[in-house]
Design a protein around this ligand. Structure first.
Ligand code: ATP
Ligand code: MG
Ligand code: MG
Ligand code: MG
Length: 561
């Protein structure tokens, strides 16, 4: 590719509203452009990276006997109603009507759709085991899309589904996918951990692991030990199996209307927990006891657990809808397990409906605004809740645990028969008996992975692509195209390097060398080759993106080098 024709404009300045390195660099290096909040176009360089990651995913899925399919993004509401998720998924589910007023959704995931597909088709044990997968655009109307492609509303996912006739066979499929994921993220050179996770959100009872790329910008916290195999999302590492529940709370509640602010860290400290584990939209009674947690959406397993453990009521998504209605707020105003907008709506609700309430958002830097009794939280009430602390021995006794922030890039689930039963996907076993298919579901956030790769591979000047994800292998620069020997050597190398199988981006633009070097650093291709002053002597300057220094290499030695 000749850079003068490349449509991936670079930006010198840090774009407004881009808070993390990967988001900034994806915009600055011309990989993506925003179309609406959480909705992006991929420009040629970004698209190449997407395709590279997809092809790694595809190779590993195929190697694990996956068969590629393509399901519709547009799905009839009926299948979602059959599983109950039409109501339970919450406002992240994008819904619309066709011209005949029939309800549809834009798929955030495809368990229902694929169960409906295999129903009547995978109807005998002879057709299983089977793994079907697709790489497709998914839609989730996230409460707070942010960090570029890391949390988008339209994004690319690889989702795979396994179909088995027994739990033993399902276990095989599950671990085959798990190992395929290990290979995918290892090939991309990512520093990641596979962690035990909570199955609640998907409604499955079974085993589930998340693949989490270590990064301070990640929204997950993982707990792991380098000396043992123990690694878990803090959601499940945090809460011991046996928690004694306090007595139900007092009924009389009063409201004190002097608003006061507390930071999320303070509230968490009062509750004796880490702020990631802190409840979001909650109500306290006059004695400062937690009485209710408002839920919206299905990805807040941890809050439900804490609420249950404390004997607090969990208000279902319908309650959020009622609050919105009562206050004339738009549906979806109250986001997953919390508020996406104005805390006062909830405070207000609390005054009229439930008395004392604390409203807040579970996030660093945002505040708990409360309309709550001046009293402190009764810490003693929560004494039975014990959370794993950093430096503690790991649960298997080997080594101590560490905490780290991470980005969830993949997720494997044993689903059991939830979706096959709901959609009537049964098969005849060896004895001619009809039984529900046992399913698994396996997702990779393909577009999110681009951002994860950049988070782990960049410096102040730009991206430092690992070869596996790089849009081109080599960046060939002609320092001064007006100098005939430089230009000629550039052309020769452009030709010969491509013939030897490298993908090459040739920069023979009439730009100052400084501009070329800056762009080259920003694009971050693994190796830069410059045809410059010594072109006449058949010598080029070679620099690995992450190396400190240029090395002069004779053209004849270049293939070897
Ligand atoms: P998160 O906890 O980050 O919201 P999730 O658990 O809801 O993710 P899954 O339902 O497990 O996501 O989907 C499979 C994969 O899809 C995730 O592991 C992640 O890599 C990717 N993914 C999920 N939501 C988004 C999003 N909004 N933008 C980009 N990728 C996403
Ligand atoms: Mg989610
Ligand atoms: Mg998750
Ligand atoms: Mg997940």
């Amino acid at each position: 590719m000749r850079q003068q024709f490349l449509f991936s404009p670079t930006l010198r300045d840090v774009p407004q509203g881009a808070d993390i390195a990967s988001h900034q660099l994806m915009l600055r290096a011309g990989l993506i452009r925003q179309s609406a909040a959480g909705v992006y176009s991929y420009l040629p360089l970004g698209h190449k990276v997407l395709r590279k990651i997809e092809s790694i995913v595809r190779e590993e899925m195929d190697a694990a006997s996956g068969q590629e399919v393509l399901l519709p993004a547009m799905q009839p509401a009926e299948v979602w109603q059959a599983s109950g998720r039409y109501d339970n998924y919450g406002p992240a589910l994008m819904r619309f009507k066709d011209r005949h007023q029939r309800d549809f959704v834009l798929g955030p995931t495809h368990e229902e759709n694929i169960a409906a597909l295999v129903k009547d088709e995978m109807n005998t044990y002879k057709r299983m085991p089977a793994i079907l997968y697709q790489i497709q655009t998914k839609y989730r109307d996230e409460a707070r899309p942010r960090f570029g492609v890391l949390r988008a509303r339209e994004f690319i996912m690889k989702d795979a589904y396994s179909f088995d006739t027994s739990y033993e066979a399902q276990n095989e499929s599950y671990w085959a996918m798990y190992r395929a994921y290990e290979r995918i993220f290892t090939r991309l050179g990512l520093n990641y951990r596979a962690v035990q996770a909570d199955a609640g959100a998907m409604g499955g009872q079974g085993e589930t692991h998340e693949f989490t790329v270590l990064s301070d910008v990640g929204e997950d916290t993982i707990v792991y030990s380098d000396e043992s195999d123990f690694a878990a999302n803090i959601e499940i590492a945090a809460i011991p199996d046996t928690v004694s529940k306090p007595e139900p709370v007092a009924e009389e509640m009063t409201m004190v209307d002097t608003p006061k602010e507390r930071t999320i860290e303070e509230v968490a400290a009062k509750l004796g927990i880490r702020h990631e584990q802190c409840l979001k939209t909650v109500a306290f009674d006059a004695d400062g006891r937690l009485v209710a947690v408002l839920m919206r959406g299905d990805h807040d397993v941890n809050e439900v657990k804490v609420a249950n453990a404390l004997g607090a009521e969990v208000l279902e998504p319908a309650s959020a809808g009622q609050i919105e209605e009562a206050f004339g707020a738009e549906p979806g105003f109250i986001g997953p397990a919390g508020l996406s907008g104005d805390v006062e709506v909830l405070a207000d609700y609390a005054v009229r409906g439930m008395a004392g309430a604390v409203c807040g958002a579970n996030e660093n830097g945002r505040h708990y605004q409360n309309a709550v009794p001046e009293k402190d939280f009764p810490v003693g009430e929560y004494a039975d809740l014990r959370f794993i602390q950093e430096g503690e021995p790991s649960p298997d006794g080997r080594g101590t645990v560490r905490f780290a922030k991470g980005i969830e890039v993949g997720h494997v689930f044993k689903l059991g028969t939830k979706y096959s039963e709901a959609l009537g996907a049964t098969f005849l076993d060896e004895n001619g008996k009809a039984r529900p298919i046992i399913m698994g579901s396996y997702g990779v956030g393909v577009s999110r992975t681009i951002a994860a790769v950049i988070e782990q591979n960049h410096d102040e000047s730009g991206i430092c692509w690992p070869k596996a994800a790089a849009p081109f292998d080599l960046h060939l620069l002609v320092i001064n195209p007006k100098q005939e020997d430089q230009q000629q050597l550039g052309e020769e190398l452009y030709d010969s390097l491509q013939k030897s199988g490298w993908s090459v981006l040739l920069d023979d633009r009439r730009e100052r060398p400084g501009v070329k070097f800056k762009d080259a650093d920003l694009y971050g291709l693994p190796v830069r080759i410059a045809s410059g002053k010594k072109a006449g002597e058949q010598i080029v300057e070679v620099k690995a993106r992450t190396a400190e220094e240029n090395v002069e290499v004779a053209v004849s030695d270049l293939p070897q080098y």
